[in-house]
Each structure stands twice: as C-alpha cells, then as structure tokens.
Design a protein around this ligand. Structure first.
Ligand SMILES: NC(=O)c1ccc[n+]([C@@H]2O[C@H](COP(=O)([O-])OP(=O)(O)OC[C@H]3O[C@@H](n4cnc5c(N)ncnc54)[C@H](OP(=O)(O)O)[C@@H]3O)[C@@H](O)[C@H]2O)c1
Length: 263
C-alpha cells in the first residue's frame, strides 16, 4: 500500500496531468482518472513512472452516478489513503445563446461543474475527516466569478462550484480538511481541452498570445503543490492566477495606463 495518494478527476495533458507529475515527484502515488482517451491516459502514467514516480490510471465518466464513489472505495482499499484529491473537470461548451442551450446541455454542465464535486466531497472527505487531515483542490475558471454572454450553462455550473467550495470549507475546515478553489482566469496550454475546442487554431492562438501569454500547467502545478502543503495555521481557500499579459476578470480596461472612460 502507498503512504499517500493524490487523486485527479479529469486528468488530461494540461492541468490534471501536470499536477499529477508534481505530486508524484513529491512522493505521492498518483491516480489519474479521465473520460475517454486511453492512449493519452497511458502516456501520462508512463511519464510519471519513467520519472521514478508511482501512478495508476483509470477511465471513468464522472458525470455518471456511482463512478467517482466506486473509484474512491477502490483506491482507499487497494492503493492507499487519499491525502489530496483534485477535481479538475471543466464544463465549457463554447459560447451558446439561450435558445441554443438545450436542457440536457445545461444539466450536463451542472453535473460536471458542480454535482460531480459534491459527489467527490461526499465520498472522499469522510476518510479525510477520520484521519484528521486531507485536501480537496478544485480547479475553476473565470466563469465561477463572472457570467457572460453565451455562458449560461458554464457560468451557472462554475458559480455553483465556487459556492459549494465555500460551504464545504465552512463544514470541513474545523475537521482538518482544507478545500481550495483555484480560479484560472486565463487560457491554459491544455491540448486536450482548449486545444480540442480551438482545433487547428490552437497553435496560432498561443503564438498570438506571445511568450508567457497562456498559463503553463507545469507552473500552475507548483501552486497546487503549495496549496496542498500549507500549514493549517495559514490556509488559502481561494486563489486566482492568470498570465501577466491578461487583464484580471474584475478589470475591464485592457491597459490600466490609459483611461478609456469605460465604467
Ligand atoms: N484549458 C483552459 O484554457 C482553462 C482555462 C480556465 C480554466 N480551466 C479549468 O481547468 C480545468 C481543466 O484543466 P485543463 O483544461 O488543463 O484540462 P486537462 O487537465 O488537460 O484535461 C481535463 C480532462 O478532463 C476529462 N474529462 C472531461 N469530462 C470528463 C468526464 N465526464 N469524466 C471524466 N473525465 C472527464 C477529459 O478527459 P478525456 O480527454 O479523456 O475525455 C480531459 O482530458 C477545468 O476545471 C477548467 O474549468 C481551463
């Protein structure tokens, strides 16, 4: 059995895979779960093992009831105690107007963005509470803090995710479980998500953003590592990150040196 496990729900080649690398490097057995890409999953597991770490991979559809719960039971029984879990599923479907957002799409966004985290928390945190410690990291997005045109499903799901993190913290922090909501307020070099959404435009998009113009998931993984290892007398419950060239979500002036008059 491993001493400690890092579990990633939603492990692609971007944030999920790089966070797994970082925790494996720090001595965790890493369990990576993703929906459909078996070859991509194996590549991530191989990369960790070649670097001297320990990893296992599994395919699951986190939107289906019972999948996350069964995985957690299996990991706790067969691999080791889940010291840190990362909920890394997005719920982005691109821009869609109200009339073009079917009920099933809205509901799927909620299942991925919000309900899946609720299910993860319900399944994993009793183990953490029993041990008196554990961390739940939650990757989030600008849509968690700001609604926008075409983002009905995404923003509703991510806003719910943020509030869920706050309620989880209120209940779990006094029991020793740290929940951190990480607002990624910018594009990520993530070929399996943004890359697929943009298709052939992805490389041109990154070039247009310039050097360090998109979030490097390897750099972000250092933040995740830090959050999960903060002493409990100085926990962060919410943090935001973006490339240096991006304007933060609360600021509508792209160049703060110039007063556009826009308010
Ligand atoms: N990428 C960005 O530009 C960006 C920007 C802001 C915030 N974020 C946030 O970052 C997180 C995602 O990180 P990332 O973009 O770097 O992606 P990533 O870690 O490279 O990949 C995420 C993986 O989630 C898996 N997934 C999707 N639906 C699933 C389901 N129903 N069940 C199980 N796995 C599922 C996909 O697996 P398969 O490929 O196998 O289907 C995908 O590869 C999300 O919380 C998102 O809101 C991303």
């Amino acid at each position: 059995m491993a001493d400690k496990v890092f579990l990633v729900i939603g492990a692609g080649a971007g944030i999920g895979g790089h966070a797994a690398d970082r925790f494996a490097q720090g001595g965790y057995h890493t369990v990576l779960a993703r929906r459909s890409d078996e070859g991509g999953l194996q590549q991530l597991v191989d990369r960790i093992e070649h670097a001297g770490g320990a990893a296992s991979g599994t395919l699951l559809n986190a939107a289906e009831d019972g999948t996350i719960e069964t995985l957690i039971e299996r990991v706790e029984r067969d691999i080791g105690p889940i010291e840190c879990a990362l909920y890394n599923l997005g719920a982005q479907i691109g821009n869609r107007g109200l009339a073009d957002t079917p009920h099933r799409t809205f509901e799927l966004g909620w299942r991925l963005g919000c309900f899946g985290l609720f299910r993860l928390a319900q399944a994993v945190t009793p183990h953490m509470i029993e041990r008196g410690h554990g961390t739940l990291l939650v990757t989030s997005a600008t849509a968690a803090v700001r609604g926008n045109a075409g983002q009905h499903s995404h923003a509703a799901a991510m806003g719910g995710r943020r509030m869920l993190c706050q309620t989880l913290n209120a209940e779990l922090a006094p029991k020793g479980v740290h929940v951190a909501h990480i607002v990624v307020d910018g594009s990520v070099d993530a070929p399996d998500t943004l890359g697929k959404l943009l298709g052939d435009e992805f490389e041109a998009y990154k070039s247009a953003k310039g050097e360090d113009g998109v979030v490097d998931p390897g750099a972000l993984a250092e933040t995740y590592w830090h959050l999960a290892h903060q002493p409990r007398n100085c926990w962060t419950h919410e943090i935001d990150v973006r490339p240096f060239t991006d304007v933060p979500w609360w600021n509508d002036n792209p160049n703060p040196q110039i007063d556009t008059g826009k308010r």
